[in-house]
Design a binder for this molecule. Sequence first.
Ligand code: MN
Length: 210
Amino acid sequence: MAVPFTLKPLPWAEDALSPTISARTIQFHYHKHHQTYVDTLNKLVSGTRYAGMPLEQVVVATAGGKDANVKQIFNNAAQVWNHDFFWRSLTPKGSAPSGPLKEAIERDFGGTEDLTRQLAEAGKSQFGSGWAWLCSKGGKLSVEKTPNAENPMSQGTNCLLTVDVWEHAYYLDYQNERPRYLEEVLVKLLNWDFAAENLQHESEPVRAAA
Ligand code: MN
């Protein structure tokens, strides 16, 4: 019997990001939306070759699939992965980039303000649901956006940070004002230590298959 996928615990208390992201938003976003992706994924993979695979491997193996069932598995697996990654991209502590990450940001964007401006632009211009990402490839940083459940990881691109721009991420706190949500989150909540760890992972010669 394959071990089912589980809802990973949040890295902070549910009210820790308030008022930028309220506890009420986290309650719906994590306990309803994220939980539903986990539950649906478990139903969909039951009895398939994906049952028992590590989550990241399911996302990679189903990306770009043409079969309707495979597409559904991708959508739910990727949404579980994206949300796990999103929660870790946020912190109530407030920090600034330092060390090699800071140097890479200055080299590739000019500075943190320019980078967050580009991330905001990516999130605002994503038509409909999706995600804005800070990525690295061969140590070079880039800003990406993806629709729906898509993510750069499934295309072999290393991810450093992400911001969810689905309406369920901001509607309770900001109604239709996605730009204001992005400006608040990008300035107040980004977890630069998490981004620095992810940048470091890319340069490690052997990455654990997880
Ligand atoms: Mn979401």
